[in-house]
Design a protein around this ligand. Structure first.
Ligand code: SF4
Length: 63
């Protein structure tokens, strides 16, 4: 199974991914992006977030 991962050291916290795919990406209380723990990820929406992330810091990782 593959899951989306955010490279937090590159993330500029713009929240574009949260807008593109709120089922997967959210800002936590500390102001960092978190990836929801799902068994299946909505591939198209995640790909949209990947495409629009200005810092290019979201990628798919195989478990
Ligand atoms: S779109 Fe990219 S840079 Fe913006 S908050 Fe999401 S992961 Fe961070």
């Amino acid at each position: 199974m593959k899951r989306p991962v955010v490279e937090l050291s590159d993330c500029i916290r713009c929240e574009v991914c949260v807008e593109a795919c709120p089922a997967v990406f959210r800002m936590n209380d500390a102001g960092f992006v978190e990836v929801a723990d799902l068994s299946i990820y909505p591939e198209e929406e995640v790909n949209e977030a990947i495409k629009n992330c200005p810092a290019d810091c979201i990628f798919w990782q195989d478990d």
